[in-house]
Write a protein that binds this ligand. Structure first.
Ligand SMILES: C[S@@+](CC[C@H](N)C(=O)[O-])C[C@H]1O[C@@H](n2cnc3c(N)ncnc32)[C@H](O)[C@@H]1O
Length: 271
């Protein structure tokens, strides 16, 4: 059936040029649009996130956090069924994989690992994906619903975790070789105490892999729901050293939401 279009070489070439021109115009339109979005984003950041706002947020956070642990736990019970998928969709699971695999390590399987504030086990899952199953993997988490999801996620990887339903410092645990803690101490009323409790969960020389929230306007939005706090790099490094650790390295997440909201730190228990 004829389309009514001339198919001679000349006309075909004109039509190709036109299509290319249309594509070019569409592409530069997209670029202009993207530039305008970036500009708006930067403007919002400049307006909404001056130092004063950061400071005042921190001062509201302290009293609100003191008695928020129980409410936070109830909140996590509610979000548990979708939390693991959300962590993947927002790039946190991939971020954890990148952080944990950045350092070339040859670990024996004979390790005891504790994931503090494990949630649905994303950080522990990333650890197992990289290093294989440790001798013992403990998920320490106050929300039963989160623990249940974490157990299922690790079972899918062939690992049976020990589940401890408690707050950090709420139970005595045998010391371990590694402690993982992603986005937890920002929910603890006394971060230095939380870090000391994490140190006590380690053998001397044991390693802490910490992911913590840093100041960014994305965290101001997250704060509306979770009332967590953020840490400037210098502040958290000082706290970690004060708690009895040597800092090994600081990790900057390369892309996506983790690059805006979070920072990774590896530290070793001093003695
Ligand atoms: C933001 S979620 C992070 C979960 C998980 N680590 C992850 O990266 O997906 C914080 C978790 O810490 C838990 N949590 C809050 N306060 C805690 C505390 N004092 N001790 C232990 N866990 C706590 C919450 O129940 C929640 O599951």
């Amino acid at each position: 059936m004829s389309t009514g279009r001339c198919t001679c070489k000349n006309c075909a070439s004109i039509s190709r040029k036109r299509t290319f021109k249309q594509l070019q115009t569409g592409f530069s339109h997209q670029l202009r649009l993207r530039a305008r979005i970036d500009e708006c984003y930067a403007r919002i950041q400049r307006r909404l996130w001056p130092v004063t706002l950061e400071k005042s947020l921190q001062s509201w956070q302290a009293p609100l956090m003191a008695d928020s642990s129980i409410e936070t736990t109830n909140g996590y019970d509610v979000v548990a069924p979708r939390w693991g998928d959300k962590m993947r969709a927002l790039g946190y699971y991939d971020g954890y994989l990148g952080f944990l695999s950045e350092q070339q390590r040859h670990l024996s399987g004979d390790l005891r690992v504790i994931d503090v504030g494990a949630g649905t086990g994303s950080f522990a899952e990333a650890w197992v994906a990289i290093n294989g199953a440790p001798r013992e993997l403990v998920l320490l988490e106050p929300s039963s619903a989160m623990l249940k999801q974490g157990q299922a996620a690790l079972r899918r990887r062939g690992t049976e975790p020990a589940l401890i339903k408690a707050l950090l410092g709420g139970v005595e645990l045998a010391p371990s070789d590694e402690v993982l803690a992603a986005h937890v101490i920002e929910h603890c009323p006394d971060p230095l105490l939380a870090l000391r409790q994490m140190r006590d969960l380690l053998h001397p020389g044991g390693q802490l892999h910490l992911v913590i929230s840093k100041p960014h306007w994305c965290n101001a939005i997250i704060w509306l729901q979770w009332r967590h706090r953020t840490f400037q790099e210098a502040e958290i490094l000082t706290l970690i050293k004060k708690a009895g650790f040597d800092i090994e390295r600081v990790y900057n997440f390369p892309c996506g939401p983790p690059s805006r909201t979070s920072r990774g730190i590896v530290a070793t228990r001093r003695d």
